[in-house]
Design a binder for this molecule. Structure first.
Ligand code: BGP
Length: 479
């Protein structure tokens, strides 16, 4: 019998509050760390400014104004036949400074209305509690996630939303790409940590011990959130979310094989090992020792990690890299971390290597390890789009990218991987994290806005919109 996607497969798309909502200071919302990042491009790095620079442009402040236009956007998702939408709650809409005792009702009401709107169309919300946006005040007053108090604030925030949205939400994800803190790049938008001397997002001053303290605190906060969710409702399912950048050995030299295996564990598997198995894996202890990394594990933390293991696994997948011992080989950049160039692969205009078969490899690798249901919570191609005179957008490159990835998902499912959903990233154009651009577009829906903030914000359907609609209609049979 031919194996294919489950009949109730969660086809959909993914967005994040800070990259689409805008309305950054509306209805009582406080600023988040994302609001302190200026616009950039592939060649001009984003700056981090604790105080607003009146001469700079901050693309997240307005983003695509999803806050005011969500009904129109959800209607378009429904037209494509979405069964799910992965989206996030902006913490600073609920607790503007992060440390208040009472939540902001207007923020809570916004998400209630939003979830109800999704339910109207039978779109299942998959809600990320934290997607790269800690309240800015926690960065300024508490050293961000390096401070233990932030774990308590996050606990109140998660309890508030779990209680409020009972009956409206079933699937939760705790932290987006939690493994980002294994790299200095994660300091700001993941750790809410800034050191004197940091100016640019891509080149941050780093204190590894503090960064790993922040990561530990997030792992504990994630486990606490899982526990609370399960206490609040037995219907809640909570997942982890990993930025998986698949690591191939650059050659068949055993030294490369060993190095690639090690990197795969440190970069990709360590955090989910904690979140799925409930404890720090053996190899990370060696890694900490070798790299003189130390941080505080508080009384009771180990128990919390054990009790707060996730129900399902999710990951973002955009690309793969090669890992090898020969440093003279050509390097490539990547999402949160790069590696060596793979001569067999083409790359996007932002140099992310395109590797659909790597998605199959990764699905199998992860399922072999964890044996729990998997959802691909991000995947997609950031590309420039050209609007024709008649308003049409022929994004066949995007169709080609996604079709090839879905084909490999299907191959993994045929092998027996328990995949229950696919939410490609930026199903509507939104602000890029790495560069702050609008022109790095992922959407099936085009938004008329440019890198400098000009445009009508009008939405229109790209060719991929009609194509993806067919994919969903045929449950992935017609690609
Ligand atoms: C992931 C983030 C997303 C998204 C995506 C694409 O790392 O979880 O928020 O932005 O990458 O990255 P970019 O926006 O830099 O193209």
């Amino acid at each position: 019998m031919k194996k294919t996607f489950k009949p109730n497969f969660l086809w959909g798309g993914a967005i994040a509050a800070n990259q689409c909502e805008g309305a950054w200071n509306v209805d009582g919302r406080g600023a988040s760390v994302a609001d302190a990042m200026t616009a950039g491009t592939k060649d001009i790095p984003r700056r981090i400014t604790l105080e607003l620079d009146p001469d700079a442009y901050y693309p997240n402040h307005e983003a695509i104004d999803f806050y005011h236009r969500y009904k129109e956007d959800i209607a378009l998702f429904a037209e494509m036949g979405f069964k799910s939408l992965r989206l996030s709650i902006s913490w600073s809409r609920i607790y503007p400074n992060g440390d208040e005792l009472v939540p902001n009702e207007k923020g809570l009401q916004f998400y209630e209305d939003l979830f109800k709107e999704l339910r109207k169309y039978n779109i299942e919300p998959i809600v990320t509690l934290w997607h790269n946006e800690t309240p800015l005040a926690l960065a300024k007053n508490y050293k961000g996630w390096a401070s233990r108090e932030v774990v308590n604030f996050f606990e109140s925030y998660s309890r508030t939303v779990f209680e409020r949205y009972k009956g409206l939400v079933k699937y939760w994800i705790t932290f987006n790409e939690i493994n980002s803190l294994i790299r200095p790049l994660g300091n700001w938008n993941h750790g809410a940590i800034i050191h004197e001397g940091t100016e640019y997002f891509i080149d941050q001053v780093d204190e590894p011990n503090m960064r790993y303290q922040a990561l530990h605190n997030q792992l504990v906060a994630s486990a606490k959130a899982v526990k609370i969710a399960h206490e609040v409702s037995k219907d809640y399912k909570v997942g982890c979310m990993i930025c998986y950048i698949t690591t191939y050995p650059a050659t068949c030299n055993p030294k490369d094989i060993l190095l690639a295996q090690k990197e795969d564990k440190i970069r990709n598997l360590f955090c989910s090992d904690v979140q799925v198995f409930g404890e720090y894996p053996y190899y990370i202890k060696n890694y900490f020792e070798e790299n003189n990394i130390s941080f505080e594990i508080f009384d009771g933390d180990e128990q919390i990690l054990k009790e707060g293991t996730v129900d399902y696994y999710t990951f973002s997948y955009y690309m793969s890299v090669c890992i090898g011992t020969d440093n003279s080989r050509e390097k490539v950049d990547g999402n949160i971390m790069g590696g060596l160039k793979n001569p067999y692969l083409a790359a996007s205009e932002w140099d992310w290597q395109i590797d659909p078969e790597g998605l199959r490899w990764t699905l199998i690798n992860v399922y072999d390890r964890y044996h729990i249901p998997i959802l691909i919570s991000e995947n997609g191609l950031g590309a420039f789009d050209k609007v024709e005179k008649d308003g049409s957008i022929h994004d066949n490159y995007r169709i080609d990218y996604i079709a090839k990835h879905i084909k490999e998902m299907k191959n993994a499912v045929a092998e027996g991987v328990d995949l229950f959903g696919y939410t490609p990233w930026g199903c509507i154009d939104l602000v890029s994290v790495s560069t702050g651009e609008m022109d790095k577009r992922y959407g099936f829906i085009y938004v008329d806005k440019d890198n400098d903030g000009n445009g009508t914000l009008e939405r229109s359907r790209k060719d991929s919109f009609y194509w993806y609609k067919k994919v969903i209609e045929t449950n992935g049979e017609e690609l």
